[in-house]
Design a binder for this molecule. Structure first.
Ligand code: ADP
Ligand code: MG
Length: 389
């Protein structure tokens, strides 16, 4: 993968930088600027070298040119963060945009409008990729969160510009995750939770080969419990996922041990006002749902995490958005935050949980990618990364 260091002298050159500014908005302003901050090292590095920076990002999934998904609030926030004006282009491509690019001075920053205003973006339309490439001299991809999709502003445009490289964020994401997969400090402990079992099955399979211990929580626990003959009540648990869990439990060649769950927090409904019980055991009665790991499990998981050389965590341990079911995720987050080993956290909701508990700065690496992180772990090639080879 080519990096910024391979890009050569960019002074006075126009550089298209694909960033992931897919941030939450509230009342027309950016309500969480984590993703904008994550792109600052690359932007500052290019500015300090006198590049003329043309930023491109998607925001949400606009139908046509939905003005509520304009990047205008992002341009404003980015301008505050770098202490310099960030102009917003009148569109993604076209004459007005070309004019704005031509007016850029060395070290100045222009933000193109939401690239998904162009229907060709998600189709990886070669015409759109060519139009983007024609605006600039070089391309930098710093949008790790979009690297698993071959779109015009990621894979398409990269292949059209000889001068192309990974930005600092994308480089760090890929090298950190590859470090976990290829040469982890041992023991390697993988903490897997969340709701989307079928989405994550390939990740579990990879960690069965790579990890020493797998700690399972969240809704993901129930197919495994059902496969071992426990009752799951009304817990989130599809027959299809139970079948997948059976397959995994039958894998004989695995390196990893899947730790036992000891207890659960259950509720009579999915809501903050549910009736709540902690059960010492893992059989969920009829009419109840398992919504968090119990305190004994959380403590046992915490001990394994404390002794790990490397921890990879994806997916909350329970319905942490609801206070009665947040304790398991909080305990695991605290254990990961204070663990002496290398700690890597990926996944949108897992990152949100860390942030909610004020622990986001206490881990070695908080990945900005959701799907991209999981696909890299599964061993899939990411089109956005491949295009930078
Ligand atoms: P990530 O975004 O970190 O990859 P997921 O999207 O897979 O994580 O899962 C997060 C969601 O899983 C959260 O909204 C949480 O409420 C839900 N969840 C976790 N445990 C349970 C459970 N036992 N029952 C129902 N939902 C759960
Ligand atoms: Mg999620």
């Amino acid at each position: 993968m080519r990096t910024l260091r391979d890009l050569g002298d960019v002074g006075g050159k126009r550089v298209l930088v694909r960033v992931d500014f897919n941030v939450p908005l509230q009342n027309g302003a950016v309500s969480d600027d984590t993703r904008i901050r994550a792109a600052l090292p690359t932007i500052e590095e290019l500015r300090s070298k006198g590049a003329r920076i043309v930023l491109v990002s998607h925001l949400g999934r606009p139908k046509d040119r939905d003005p509520s998904l304009s990047l205008a609030p992002v341009a404003e926030r980015l301008g505050e963060l770098i202490g310099a004006p960030v102009k917003l282009a009148p569109g993604v491509v076209g004459d007005g945009v070309r004019g704005a690019v031509d007016e850029l001075g060395d070290g100045e920053v222009l933000l193109l409008e939401n690239v998904r205003y162009e229907p060709g973006e998600t189709k990886n339309d070669p015409d759109l990729a060519r139009a983007l490439a024609s605006l600039v001299d070089a391309y930098v991809d710093d949008a790790f969160g979009a690297a698993h999709r071959a779109h015009a502003s990621t894979e398409g445009v990269a292949r059209l510009l000889d001068r192309r490289a990974a930005g600092l964020l994308l480089e760090r994401e890929v090298s950190t995750l590859q470090g976990v997969l290829e040469d982890p400090g041992r023991p390697l402990v993988s903490v897997l939770g969340g709701a989307k079992v079928s989405d994550k099955i390939a990740v579990i399979e990879r960690f069965l080969e790579l990890a020493d211990t797998i700690l399972i929580g969240g809704a993901m626990a129930f197919p495994f419990l059902a496969a071992r003959g426990h009752t799951v009540g009304d817990s989130l648990c599809s027959e299809q996922d139970v079948e997948l869990a059976r397959r995994i439990l039958a894998t004989e060649s695995s390196r990893a041990r899947i730790a036992d769950l000891l207890d659960l927090v259950i509720g009579d409904s999915f809501g903050a006002d549910a009736e709540v019980r902690t059960i010492d055991g893992v059989d969920v009665p009829d009419g109840w749902m398992g919504l968090d790991i119990g305190p004994r499990t959380a403590e046992a998981y915490g001990r394994v995490i404390a002794e790990a050389g490397t921890v990879f965590w994806n997916g909350p341990m329970g319905a942490f958005e609801l206070e009665p079911f947040a304790a398991g995720t909080r305990a695991v987050a605290e254990a990961v935050a204070s663990a002496p080993g290398v700690t890597v956290v990926g996944g949108g909701d897992s990152a949100a949980a860390l942030q909610q508990f004020g622990l986001a700065d206490e881990v070695t690496h908080l990945s900005t990618g959701g799907g991209a992180t999981l696909e890299l772990i599964e061993g899939k090639e990411l089109p956005g990364v491949e295009a930078l080879a």
